[in-house]
Design a protein around this ligand. Structure first.
Ligand SMILES: Cc1ncc(COP(=O)(O)O)c(C=O)c1O
Length: 415
């Protein structure tokens, strides 16, 4: 209702100029541009208006009010939908806007996706996932809105059994996947779990924040909805908080948009503009960060000051084969357990110089934190787990800093 609707996909300049057969790396640069016109702007404008001129019964696609829909969101939504390679446009469905929906934060997007669960429905979730997602689920369970069943998402049989239910328990209403998981880097068998869930009519949502659409496209693996914290890699510069959903099915997409409209967690025009600007360099950032992460994970695995490394790109990692089969890379987050336990983890975080001790992830700068510093983090996450978000700096500088911090940690604890 709120986005300009081309009469057919062929008449949309953006879609005509960006067929879905170009590389996602190209789409990150080229999708979501204004129509080409001599003297026209290459970039979309920042649209600052809360209200639009309108009278009588609004025509299809007519903008009314900034909470309902605005051209400020559409270029980013167009680009994200193209990156997730939805078949929305290709299928020739009536175009009521791109099937991506931008929200005020990743949590707002997650809240909208959880609203797809019917009252009292059962939700199967990874026992390790972004901690605030789990907090929100617990809160909703306490209010009787839904029921939560936590599983080890890497254990496919256990997840399938939980989805199917048993005895009097009907199949789950929703399977919530996060892959790789935050902060444990577990990898779910997304295609197998989607197939099993769909067999019994269970909806599947995937939080694909760690992977980005360049590394993993859950819709192509059969999932119903993809969720992103746009705050992380998509925007990429640690300067905005935003979220998004993408859903191929027009009815699901319409419900997510309706949730945004009625609950009001809308994105600001400047933030969305910045996110689109960040998205233009997604491929370069992800490629560099992944290459850095792979190299650091390999060196850390052989370091005497390190007890354990989790990174799906390491051939010995429990998630490696699965990640190699369903992803186009391994991401740039590393789980590190230094020798010496939680005290060593705290000492390591305190000792770095170039790395930034900070929460969040997916920015150009490398950050690290001990996750159990938060009381809300899952109790089965080891106390000494340090999550590294590897950025795009020179890998040798990152290594020197980590290596020196590990040596300082060993000296401090040994002395
Ligand atoms: C995997 C994952 N999903 C969702 C979120 C929430 O996103 P936001 O902070 O943008 O609300 C985060 C934030 O850290 C995250 O790591």
């Amino acid at each position: 209702m709120t986005t300009p609707a081309p009469a057919s996909p062929d008449q949309s300049p953006t879609r005509r100029a960006h067929p879905h057969d170009v590389s996602p790396r190209t789409l990150a640069v080229s999708a979501g541009r204004p129509a080409r016109e001599p003297g026209g702007s290459l970039n979309p404008p920042v649209v600052l208006t809360s209200t639009f001129v309108s009278q009588g019964v609004p025509s299809a696609g007519e903008h009314l009010y900034g909470r309902i829909g605005t051209p400020a969101w559409e270029p980013f939504e167009e680009a994200l939908a193209a990156l997730e390679r939805t078949d929305h446009a290709a299928a020739g469905r009536p175009a009521d806007g791109p099937p991506a929906t931008v929200f005020a934060s990743g949590m707002a997007a997650i809240d909208a996706a959880l609203a797809l669960v019917p009252l009292g429905g059962r939700v199967v979730v990874p026992r390790h996932a972004y901690q605030v997602t789990l907090v929100l689920l617990r809160e909703q369970a306490e209010r009787g809105l839904l029921r939560v069943e936590a599983v080890d998402v890497a254990d496919t049989d256990a997840v399938v059994a939980a989805v199917r239910g048993g005895g009097d328990d009907r199949p789950a209403a929703l399977l919530w996947l996060e892959s790789p998981t935050n902060p444990m880097l577990e990898v779910a068998d997304v295609p197998a779990l989607v197939a099993a869930a769909h067999e019994v009519g269970t909806l599947v949502v995937v939080d694909s924040t760690f992977a980005t659409p360049l590394v993993q496209r859950p819709l192509a693996l059969g999932a119903d909805v993809v969720v992103h914290s746009v705050t992380k890699y998509l925007a990429g510069h640690s300067d905005v908080v935003l979220g998004a959903t993408v859903a191929d099915d027009p009815a699901l997409h319409a419900r997510l948009v309706a949730h945004r409209t009625t609950h009001g967690a809308i994105a600001g025009p400047f933030e969305v503009w910045l996110a689109l600007r960040g998205l233009r360099t997604l491929a370069l950032r992800v490629e560099r960060a992944q290459a850095n992460a792979g190299e650091l994970a390999r060196r850390l695995s052989a370091h005497p000051g390190v007890a354990q490394v989790r990174y799906p790109g390491l051939p010995g990692d429990p998630g490696h084969a699965r990640a190699a089969a369903q992803m186009d890379g391994f991401g740039a987050i590393i789980g590190l357990r230094p020798a010496g336990g939680a005290a060593a983890a705290d000492a390591l975080v305190a000792a770095v110089g170039l790395w930034v001790p900070a929460t969040s992830l997916g920015g150009v700068e490398s950050t690290l934190e001990r996750r159990r510093r938060f009381a809300t983090e899952s109790p089965t996450v080891p106390e000494d787990l340090v999550r590294l978000s590897v950025g795009i700096e020179d890998v040798e500088d990152l290594w020197r800093d980590l290596d020196a911090a590990l040596a300082a940690t060993a000296d401090r604890l040994g002395g």
